[in-house]
Design a protein around this ligand. Structure first.
Ligand code: HCB
Length: 214
C-alpha cells in the first residue's frame, strides 16, 4: 500500500472514529517501513484538528469526538515504538511536560512529548490533570531545562500562570525555561504570564525547545 493510501486511511480512521481501521492502518505503516512521524504529521494530527473544528461548528457530536480521540490514541500507541530516534551523540536537554490540572485533553501533549523524544530530548511526561504542585516538585527533583504545559480549555489556562508564580516563589524559575501550548493558549498569553515560549504544534515545539536550550 502506498504512503498516500495510508495517509487517506489514517485520516478516515480518525474522522470516522474507526478504531479497527486505525489499528489496521498502523500495522500497515509499520509493515511498509514508513516513518510514523509522517503519518502523525500529515494525517492523524490534521484529522483530529478537523474533528475539533467540526465539533466547534456543531457538525460533529461529542460522542463523535470521543471515538475520533480513541482511534487517534490507539494509532499513536501502536506507531510510537516504531518512530526512528535521531542519531544524536548527546542528549539535547531534559523536558518535563504535562497537561494542567483540571484538563484531561492529552492527545496533542502526547504527540509533542513523542516528537521531543524523537529529536533527542529526555522527556518526563507527567500525564494529564497534573496538579501545579506536582510540576513544581518534579522541577525541583529532575532539574529539567524546560517545563512544558498543555491547556486546551480557557478554564485551565490560569494554572499556567499559577505555575509561573509557584516556580518563582520556590526559587526555581531562574534555572529553567517554560513553554506553553494547547488550543486555549497563544503567544499573547505566554507574554502576559511571563512564560518563555508558546508553541503552536509539535514541529514548532521542537524548533523552539532547541532555541530555548541554546
Ligand atoms: Co474537549 N474541548 N472537552 N475533549 N476537545 C475542546 C478543547 C474545546 C475547544 C471544544 C469546543 O468547545 N470548541 C472545548 C474547550 C473550550 C474552552 O475552554 N475554550 C472542550 C471542552 C469544553 C471539553 C469538555 C469540558 C466537554 C464536556 O465534558 N462538556 C471535556 C473536558 C473535561 C476536562 O478536561 N476536565 C472535554 C472532553 C474531550 C474528550 C475526552 C472528548 C476529548 C479528549 C481526549 C483526549 O485528549 N484524550 C476532547 C477533544 C478531542 C477535544 C477537541 C475536539 C480536540 C483536541 C485535540 O485533541 N486536538 C477540542 C477542540 C479543539 O481543540 N479545536 C475540544 C488535536 C491535537 C493534535 O491538537 O491543540 O491538542 P492540540 O495539540 C497541538 C498543539 O496545541 C501543540 O502541539 C500539539 C500537536 O500539534 N501543543 C503543545 C499541545 N500541548 C502543548 C504543550 C506544549 O508545551 C507545547 C505545544
Amino acid at each position: 500500500m502506498s504512503k498516500e493510501d495510508l495517509i487517506k486511511m489514517a485520516r478516515r480512521a480518525v474522522i470516522e472514529g474507526d478504531e479497527e481501521l486505525a489499528v489496521e492502518m498502523a500495522n500497515k505503516v509499520i509493515a511498509e517501513g514508513i516513518n510514523p512521524v509522517e503519518i502523525i504529521n500529515e494525517a492523524l494530527s490534521p484529522a483530529m484538528t478537523e474533528v475539533g473544528d467540526g465539533f466547534a461548528n456543531e457538525e460533529i457530536s461529542l460522542p463523535g469526538v470521543l471515538v475520533a480521540a480513541d482511534a487517534m490514541t490507539k494509532a499513536i500507541e501502536l506507531l510510537e515504538p516504531h518512530i526512528p530516534v535521531q542519531e544524536i551523540a548527546k542528549k539535547l536537554g531534559t523536558v518535563v511536560i504535562g497537561t494542567i490540572e483540571g484538563d484531561i485533553h492529552d492527545i496533542g501533549k502526547r504527540i509533542v512529548a513523542t516528537m521531543l523524544r524523537v529529536y533527542g530530548f529526555e522527556v518526563h511526561d507527567l500525564g494529564r490533570d497534573v496538579p501545579i504542585d506536582v510540576f513544581v516538585e518534579k522541577v525541583r527533583e529532575l532539574k529539567p531545562d524546560i517545563v512544558g504545559t498543555s491547556s486546551l480549555m480557557t478554564t485551565t489556562m490560569a494554572g499556567q500562570k499559577m505555575l509561573e508564580e509557584k516556580l518563582r516563589k520556590a526559587g526555581l524559575r531562574d534555572n529553567i525555561k517554560t513553554m506553553i501550548g494547547g488550543a486555549a493558549t497563544t503567544q499573547e498569553w505566554a507574554n502576559k504570564i511571563g512564560c518563555d515560549c508558546y508553541a503552536e504544534d509539535a514541529n514548532d515545539t521542537v524548533l523552539k525547545a532547541k532555541e530555548l536550550i541554546k
